[in-house]
Design a protein around this ligand. Structure first.
Ligand code: DOR
Ligand code: ZN
Length: 358
């Protein structure tokens, strides 16, 4: 059996829900899904209900994750339209970064005006990165702020040829930027919307085949730093409603899809592993922990079906796709937390990778 070891897989872009959205998913359910998918740690976005935009809410979330999480974790603080930057100094040591939403999506954290964005860039002096949701020409607006403030900035879910062009140039100019790409933009296009319907709606939306090719090319050239799932579970009922929310789950399928890409010869196994572990550790300045690794049988192949998913929402936009990789074991800090069938860690086993709970 061709078993490989991956040291410390991290998904730095997930929406674990819980709180007022526990009907969609919970910290307990999704951290277990993360472990079953091979992850050591997941970082949770701040567009929860309520959003993570002040210290009281942050402390509440930190406490709940400390109690409920099965894997290690990190939390983003959200920049808010009503300026909350006076909290930054106090909270920065406990979070994985600041998230700024610059285009609209699920939740109410959109910051539209460049002068408001700039206020957050000026105030965030922490030795931690800013992660941005910026689509198309908005990428250019954010790059102007990176050029001015030199704050390390991670561009989440990059999905188009235009965005890749802008960010490739920014990297060539020496700006401190990194790029994340999601599996749904690599394996689906707008042509799939006819069959997926609401299950293919997310932000940024699915793009053209040419955009998809630009992403694969950027991966093969080493321009893309990481693969992030943007795991965003919504219930069947919500997706079937008259106003389906944006977002698709992805934790279960990210590694299997990337191993499928390796099998198809789109990238090397080493490149795939780097984008799921080492590069994430480098960008978020996390030291890999001893005895923290995932054992994967890379030749095991299966078709994505609802019955082999662990996310609470119970569906995937990739159902019917053949993928590769069976997780045999997951170890965190010397503890076997997944044995190939069952998650073995208790709620509360997971630790915040970014400082102590207040
Ligand atoms: O499709 C999306 N869903 N994109 C986002 O940026 C947010 C996410 C969600 O929270 O559902
Ligand atoms: Zn997201």
């Amino acid at each position: 059996m061709p078993l490989i070891q991956i040291h410390g897989m991290i998904d730095p872009h997930t929406h674990l829900r819980d709180l007022d959205w526990a009907n969609k998913a919970t910290f307990a359910s999704e951290t277990q899904a993360a472990i079953a998918a091979g992850y050591w740690a997941v970082f949770d976005m701040p567009n929860t209900a309520p959003s993570t935009t002040d210290e009281v809410r942050l402390n509440d979330k930190l406490g709940r994750l400390d109690r409920d999480a099965h894997c290690d974790w990190g939390l983003y603080f959200g920049a808010s339209q009503a300026d909350n930057s006076d909290a930054y100094e106090k909270i920065a040591s406990r979070v994985c970064g600041l998230k700024i939403y610059n285009n609209s999506t699920t939740g109410d954290l959109l910051i539209h005006r460049q002068s408001d964005r700039e206020r957050h860039y000026r105030a965030w002096s922490a030795n931690k990165l800013i992660a941005v949701h910026a689509e198309e020409e908005t990428v250019r607006d954010i790059l102007a702020l990176v050029r001015k403030y030199r704050q390390p900035t991670h561009f989440l879910h990059i999905s188009s040829a235009r965005e890749i062009d802008l960010l490739t140039q920014a990297k060539e100019d020496g700006l401190p930027v990194t790029i994340g790409v999601c599996p749904h933009h690599l394996f689906l296009t707008e042509d799939d919307l006819a069959t997926l319907g609401p299950y293919g709606l997310m932000k940024p939306p699915l793009k053209t085949k040419a955009d998809q090719q630009a992403l694969w090319q950027a991966i093969s050239l080493g321009v893309v730093d990481i693969i992030e799932s943007d795991h965003a579970p919504h219930t069947f009922a919500e997706k079937e409603s008259d106003a389906p929310p944006y977002g698709v789950p992805g934790l279960d399928t990210t590694l299997p899809l990337m191993l499928r890409a390796v099998s198809d010869g789109r990238l090397s196994l080493e490149q795939a592993i780097n984008m799921l572990s080492r590069n994430v550790q480098r960008i978020w300045r996390i030291s890999p922990l001893p005895k923290t690794y995932t054992l994967v049988d890379t030749e095991y192949s299966y078709v994505v079906e609802r019955k082999n998913l662990h996310t609470k929402c119970g569906w995937s936009p990739f159902e019917g796709l053949r993928v590769y990789g069976k997780i045999r074991e997951v170890w965190i800090r010397g503890h076997l937390v997944f044995d190939g069938d069952n998650v073995l860690s208790s709620p509360g086993f997971g630790r915040n990778l970014f400082g102590l709970v207040a």
